[in-house]
Design a protein around this ligand. Structure first.
Ligand code: HEC
Length: 160
């Protein structure tokens, strides 16, 4: 009985290896990429690349273990949810109110250390941000938010 359950589990583990999620990899930089529309200094771009873009852009880097299911599914789920809330590669497609709001959220999430996710910094050590790096990202998000508000003449509001 035990042996049958064990064989059954091994079989399931083998079979799910063939169910690979499609990859979030794009070879072109979208015209809506945030770097095409707003100033993204190299130091900020570096932080976005190492700490955010795996889940918030059209380009994820896949470490070897994400070839193993269900790890790959788990990562795919984070990518889907992360991109749904914020996709830096498609930032230009957001309405100004939404774009300003997202920058507010970005500053808050980074400041409160809600982002990047703990499960991510646990394996990606360079994504664990120092206080100085947090300040850099928070200041940058606030600047972008201000320029979105000014550029679009948005009325004062605490919604964004
Ligand atoms: C491992 C994947 C992953 C990484 C890396 C990651 N995020 Fe997220 N992010 C998510 C997921 C999943 C959500 C949606 C669920 C949630 O809010 O927890 C999210 C949501 C967000 C939101 C939306 C919050 C809201 O309530 O509207 C912001 C803003 C955000 N992330 C910013 C960032 C920034 C900035 C970084 C880098 C410093 C980052 N994230 C890194 C997965 C990730």
């Amino acid at each position: 009985m035990r042996r049958k359950i064990l064989y059954g589990l091994v079989l399931v583990l083998v079979l799910i290896q063939f169910m690979r999620p499609s990859r979030n990899i794009s070879n072109t930089i979208s015209a809506n990429d945030i770097s095409k529309l707003y100033s993204v200094p190299d130091s900020v771009q570096h932080l976005l690349s190492v700490a955010c873009n795996d889940c918030h852009s059209n380009n994820s880097v896949y470490p070897w273990y994400t070839n193993i299911q269900p790890v790959g599914w788990w990562m795919q789920n984070h990518i889907n949810e992360g991109k749904h809330d914020l996709n830096f590669s498609e930032f230009g497609s957001y309405e100004p109110e939404k774009a300003a709001h997202i920058m507010k959220e970005t500053a808050e999430k980074v400041k409160e250390k809600d982002m990047p996710l703990n499960s991510y910094t646990w394996v990606h050590k360079d994504a664990s941000l120092s206080d100085q790096q947090i300040k850099l990202l928070v200041d940058w998000s606030n600047d972008i938010r201000q320029s979105i508000i000014q550029k679009n003449n948005l009325p004062p509001s605490n919604k964004y």
